[in-house]
Every structure is written in structure tokens, then in C-alpha cells.
Design a protein around this ligand. Structure first.
Ligand code: GLN
Length: 481
């Protein structure tokens, strides 16, 4: 028996001969099998993972140089390519599709000795906030099986929450890593746009998509980001340097800002608001400089996000026509065949977004929607650049509520869209953001806080996030309103 809290802990046990990768893999596989009802994994690579673990144990015994993620057990959201493994984006249209190459992020994990344990359930094409849009069934929140895990990376969040793997890779286009992390009580990091290559990530909205990380701690997320980040000749937008992580929860010398409008929003659960406001007060008591920042654009960000992402999605998803790959509904007429294939194998939400995206892109509407949304995006970018000359980080809620009940919002797409109010900002502006699990609601569910920093400033982001987690242990208790 061995126990550990972090990647570093685990690796030092491996080095001291107190643990083996094989035992760790067996432990996680057993946990996955015992938690099948959560539906977090669509596929488990049992034999492969055990074989890989044995190779890694032998490598260590032989005294060879070890990778930074030596023995770390990782799950992949079903939108990240892993060569010769199924890749379906939670959709029937790709049900039997096999990836023909590795995502750059996956290559980098493997080069550093990680073990890939399986493919994780998600909303179809990463569109959703509850995992209810997966063609392969709901994922259940491990803290309360009647509740959603969040989305779209629901399986990846539950993977870490229920100890089915150490780390998961998800994708975050408008909050799909941070919101499920919040609903499940784990750390969820969305890096800066361009920090991690999107090569091998199935596209939803290319100017927003980023691969993100679920972890048990801020430190673990930083260690994984260091490995997967950096330039890539296969993605011209991956322009950021590799992130150099050094663990240093900063104690002072930074300024935090917040938008009062986000904490006073009528849609925010009163207990979440009260807890977070109390936490802000405790930061001031700690002697931190915490300032209020005026922000009058909150009402524009969800519409701008849904106009631009659906437009990009309608173009990205045009390739699923059943002709070259994926499911096909045969017909004698070509147009009819494409029509039938897309109507039959795309789910309702994906069809809704393709229609919406096609509409806003169409002649006569382009100026009214796309141009306006692009202006909002530009104004937000200018605003955020200015804000980050004054503060080092911004804190805000992650989601207006804790994990809701399965079925509670599935017939109300607008309510589901509006709940993205706090997360889409970072994707519209490309800045890094993290959700950290700090609190527990009186309904028994976890929730946290979101921290955002300026573009490419993940080091400040992680250091401040870690410090906030440390403060909370001592200074803050959950409140019941
Ligand atoms: N909930 C958001 C949406 O449905 C976020 C999706 C994501 O980040 N992939 O678009």
C-alpha cells in the first residue's frame, strides 16, 4: 500500500522503491471498473496501460533517465487524438472513427513517460455545459449521482474527482474545463490561447479552443502544462513558448482585482455570492491589495461568444458529410446523402449550433451579428489589456450555480448558454484562467473561484491560485446562508 497527494509525491515513492507504476495503474483500473455507473470513460486501455506501466517500472530499475511525467496516469477527453485509438467527439457521426495521428499534446505526454489510461466521455463536439449532449449517455457527478458533472469535459472532470486517473486533458472553448472542474471540486486550468498546440484536437471554434488540464492540485496542473505547452510547426497559432513551471505560491507583492458586477449578478446563487464576498474580505484581512474594477460589458459577452463560436463551428463541422470518413446514410442523390447523414448522426444541440452559425454568417446578417460580435471581442481585449496594467489577477465566480440536477436545464438552451457568463470572457480574450476548488455549498456540492491573469502569464496565475488555496485552508470556512 502507498498513498500520495501529488505527482511529485508519487514520483518520489517510485524512486524510493515504495511504489510501482504497475500497482498504480491496477489501482485506477479497479476504480474505473467499480465506478462504471459514472460513465466517465468511454473506453479503458487496460492491457496497454498495464504493459506501459511494466515498461516504465523496468526503465526505472535499469537506471535510465526518467521523463517529467514518469508513471503519471492520464485520461483523454474524446476530442484529443491518440493514434490507432477511437476518437468520436461524443458523437454518432464519428462512432467508429480511429485517430490516424497523435495530438501534439499526446506526443509530449508520451515522450515524458505518461501512461494514457482511456478515453473520456464529453458533450458532442464539446458543445454543452452538462455532458447531457453526449451521444454515449450522461456522466454522473461523483459527489451526487443525481447531478451533472458539468461540461463539456464532464468525463474528464469526474475522472480526477472520483480518482479514476491522476490527470485528465480536456478542452476549453468557453469554460469546458473550468466549469466541470468547479462542479466536481477539482482544479481546472485553461492556458492562454496559443500556449498549447491544437494539432490533433477536434475543432469546435478554432479561435477559442484550447486544451486544458484537470488535476488534484495547482502544482500538478503546472507540471503537466510545462510538458504539453510550446510552439508546434503543426499549429500556426501555437506561438507561445513552453511554459517553465516553478512552484512558488506568492505571498505578497501582487494586486488582485474583481468586477463587483460579477458577484452582484442576480443570476448568481446567493450562497455562492456570500461565500465569495466573504473570501474577498478575508484576502483584505490578509493584507492583500484587492481592488474593485468597473466592468460594464457583462451583458455582451455571452451573445458575442455564441455568435462567433457557432459561426466557427458551422464551418469546422462542414467536413462531417459522411463521404470521406465517419458514419454515412446512403442515398442515391449526393445532396440527399449528405443531408440524411448529418440529420441522422448529429445530435440536436450540434444541429442547433450549425444552423445558428450558418444563419449569422449568411448575407445580410453578417454585419448585424458577426461584425458586432467581433467589435465586442476587440473592445474586451483592449479593456483587459488596460486592466492588467493595474492588477496581476482578476477573481470571479466560475459558474452561477453549483452542479444542477440531470434534466434540470436540458430543455432550456438559453438558460444553459447564460450560465457560461463567467467563463467565456477568458476565451474571447485568449487569457489564461483557472478554477480552484475552495468551498462547499450547503447543498453538499463543491464550488470554487476563478482566477484570470494576462496573456502568457500562467506563472503568476498559478502562483496566485496556489496562494489563494493556502489562505482558504486557514482563513475561510464555508458559509450557510
Ligand atoms: N458551455 C460552453 C458551450 O457550450 C463551453 C463549451 C466548451 O468550452 N467546449 O459552448
Amino acid at each position: 500500500m502507498f498513498s500520495f497527494h501529488s505527482i511529485k509525491d508519487y514520483q518520489s515513492l517510485l524512486l524510493n522503491g515504495k511504489a510501482t507504476c504497475a500497482d498504480a495503474v491496477s489501482y485506477y483500473i479497479k476504480n474505473i471498473e467499480q465506478n462504471r455507473h459514472l460513465n466517465a470513460f468511454l473506453e479503458v486501455y487496460k492491457e496497454e496501460a498495464l504493459e506501459r506501466a511494466a515498461q516504465l517500472d523496468a526503465k526505472r530499475k535499469a537506471g535510465d533517465a526518467l521523463g517529467k511525467l514518469h508513471g503519471v496516469i492520464i485520461g483523454l477527453k474524446d476530442v484529443v487524438s491518440y493514434r490507432n485509438h477511437k476518437l468520436s467527439a461524443g458523437s454518432r457521426i464519428l462512432e467508429n472513427f480511429q485517430a490516424v495521428y497523435n495530438a501534439t499534446a499526446v506526443n509530449r505526454l508520451l515522450e515524458e513517460d505518461a501512461v494514457i489510461i482511456g478515453r473520456q466521455n464529453c458533450d458532442e463536439f464539446a458543445m454543452g455545459s452538462s455532458n447531457e449532449n453526449s451521444a454515449y449517455g450522461n456522466v454522473l457527478n461523483a459527489a451526487d449521482n443525481a447531478r451533472v458533472p458539468g461540461g463539456s469535459s464532464g468525463g474528464s472532470a469526474v475522472g480526477v474527482q472520483a480518482k479514476l486517473c491522476m490527470i485528465s486533458l480536456g478542452s476549453d472553448t468557453g469554460g469546458s474545463v473550468r466549469q466541470p472542474a468547479d462542479f466536481c471540486g477539482v482544479v481546472g486550468l485553461k492556458p492562454s490561447y496559443g500556449r498549447v498546440s491544437r494539432y490533433g484536437l477536434i475543432a469546435y471554434a478554432s479561435s477559442f479552443d484550447q486544451i486544458g488540464i484537470f488535476a488534484n492540485s495547482v502544482e500538478d496542473a503546472g507540471i503537466v502544462l510545462e510538458v504539453i505547452s510550446g510552439k508546434d510547426e503543426f499549429d500556426s497559432t501555437a506561438t507561445g513558448n513552453a511554459f517553465q513551471f516553478h512552484y512558488s505560491p506568492v505571498k505578497s507583492g501582487f494586486k488582485i482585482g474583481y468586477f463587483p458586477v460579477t458577484f452582484n449578478h442576480p443570476g448568481l446563487d446567493p450562497e455562492i455570492a456570500a461565500t465569495q464576498k466573504k473570501f474577498i474580505a478575508s484576502l483584505r484581512e490578509e493584507g492583500l491589495e484587492v481592488s474593485q474594477i468597473e466592468f460594464d460589458l457583462l451583458d455582451y459577452i455571452v451573445p458575442a461568444y455564441y455568435i462567433l463560436t457557432t459561426a466557427e463551428a458551422s464551418s469546422n463541422l462542414a467536413r462531417y458529410d459522411g463521404l470521406k470518413y465517419g458514419a454515412q446514410q446512403p442515398a442515391t442523390d449526393l445532396n440527399e446523402q449528405i443531408h440524411l447523414t448529418r440529420s441522422r448522426f448529429f445530435g440536436k444541440e450540434v444541429q442547433r449550433r450549425i444552423m445558428l452559425g450558418t444563419f449569422v454568417l449568411s448575407e445580410g446578417y453578417y454585419e448585424a451579428y458577426i461584425m458586432q460580435a467581433q467589435k465586442v471581442r476587440r473592445i474586451l481585449l483592449e479593456k483587459i489589456k488596460k486592466i492588467f496594467t493595474e492588477v496581476d489577477a482578476i477573481i470571479l465566480p466560475v459558474s452561477p450555480t453549483t452542479a444542477f440536477r440531470i434534466g434540470e436545464k436540458s430543455n432550456d438552451p438559453i438558460a444553459m448558454f447564460l450560465a457560461d457568463i463567467y467563463t467565456v470572457f477568458a476565451n474571447l480574450t485568449g487569457i489564461p484562467a483557472i478554477s480552484i476548488p475552495l468551498f462547499k455549498h450547503s447543498n453538499g456540492m463543491p464550488f470554487g473561484l476563478q482566477v484570470m491573469a494576462s496573456h502568457s502569464n500562467e506563472l503568476a496565475l498559478l502562483s496566485i491560485a496556489e496562494y489563494l488555496m493556502e489562505i482558504n485552508k486557514t482563513a475561510n470556512q464555508p458559509v450557510s446562508v
